[in-house]
Design a protein around this ligand. Structure first.
Ligand code: TRP
Length: 341
């Protein structure tokens, strides 16, 4: 609401780690809402591929390149607005420069409290009492500082994240406050935005769809694979003709995440009318396939045209650097790195 007052435009920033293939759970929970939000012209939005973050987990150069292409193509195929600034983290060297400066402003004690690091230490303590830091790199330890640089560089005030990332955004806020206190107002203090209504999809076995459970349906699975996976979704042993409960059915939950209210109502009726599981699976397959066909084609086209995807990312990096380059000069001056004389 403007309420007669001029309001400063929000700057929204989201980071996407370049690991794994997105599944339909990621799509309805994160990709679709972000793509929709990317058309909001009342905010400035930045979306980037956090490839330096994925270096913490992945040391396979081939996989690194391949994941970057897949994730970039997924977001473009899902319809990300060309108005938002879409870039690859590693194409913006100022982020790394800022990371070191922030590292020098960050208390080690703050990083000791990071969930991911603490979790890794706890696991080591449980299995190998000799070395609590076994296998833990400085990359994992300093991960929240790199994330702070991502956010602070673009003066993002709203950072939509999953619950597991709230602590990182709060750390970015702490680090920004410390810098501002010491060197003068420089950074905007960011805030995590949680979408409480984001849909959570069940996977093939009925548990939450998650790569770690091995129960996913890849977003751009080929038609045949999509059909095969849907046929594998767990149901109960009710016979055709028996009335069934849509609210405990994974098939219905998945359908519902894509359908309108009216469509969902008519499916509810089929459940009460005793539709056979096999028939419902076939319907779900046809319905999902109809929704995903076009973006899947687009995705396949993009995967076959990496040079085009590269061009899009370079254009994004150029726009991002129009912000980061001059801001970095200010930051350097603030800390006393400036030309002599
Ligand atoms: N750490 C985030 C994740 O694992 C990804 C990320 C990196 C990010 N940098 C960011 C998210 C900056 C928001 C803002 O999901």
């Amino acid at each position: 609401r403007l309420l007669g007052r001029a309001r400063v435009m929000d700057t929204v920033l989201t980071g996407i780690t370049t690991t794994g293939t997105p599944h339909i759970g990621n799509y309805v929970g994160a990709i679709r809402p972000t793509v929709l939000a990317s058309f909001d012209t009342s905010v400035t939005s930045f979306h980037f591929l956090a490839d330096y973050h994925s270096l913490v987990k992945s040391r396979d150069p081939g996989q690194m390149a391949c994941s970057t292409l897949e994730i970039a193509a997924s977001w473009l195929a899902a319809g990300l607005s060309s108005e938002c600034i879409f870039y690859r983290q590693s194409d913006v060297p100022e982020i790394m420069e800022l990371t070191w400066i922030l590292t020098c402003m960050t208390a080690k004690g703050l990083m000791n409290r990071a969930h991911a690091y603490k979790g890794a230490v706890a696991e080591n303590e449980a299995t190998d009492k000799k070395d609590p830091d076994k296998g833990i790199t400085m990359g994992l330890f300093c991960y929240p500082i790199l994330m702070a640089a991502d956010i602070l560089m673009f003066k993002a005030n709203k950072v939509p994240v999953g619950k597991d990332q709230i602590q990182h955004v709060e750390m970015a806020r702490d680090i920004a406050g410390r810098f501002n206190h010491h060197y003068g107002e420089t950074f905007v203090l960011p805030e995590a935005v949680i979408d409480e209504n984001a849909a959570v999809l069940p996977g093939l076995d009925g548990r939450k769809m998650s790569k770690s459970y091995g129960n996913i349906i890849p977003l751009f699975a080929e038609e045949k694979v999509l059909r095969k996976l849907i046929m594998r979704i767990k149901t109960n042993s009710q016979e055709p003709g028996e009335p069934k409960d849509p609210d405990t059915s994974a098939l219905f939950s998945i359908y519902r995440a894509f359908s309108s209210d009216e469509e969902a109502e008519s499916i509810r009726k089929l459940y009460t009318g005793g539709i056979a599981w096999g028939e419902m699976k076939q319907m779900l397959f046809e319905y999902l396939n109809e929704h995903l066909k076009e973006p899947r084609e687009e995705y396949n086209k993009l995967i076959a045209a990496p040079d085009y995807v590269e061009k899009v990312l370079q254009r994004g990096a150029q726009k991002a650097r129009e912000v980061s380059h001059p801001f970095m000069a200010k930051i350097r001056a603030a800390i006393g790195l400036q030309p002599l004389g």
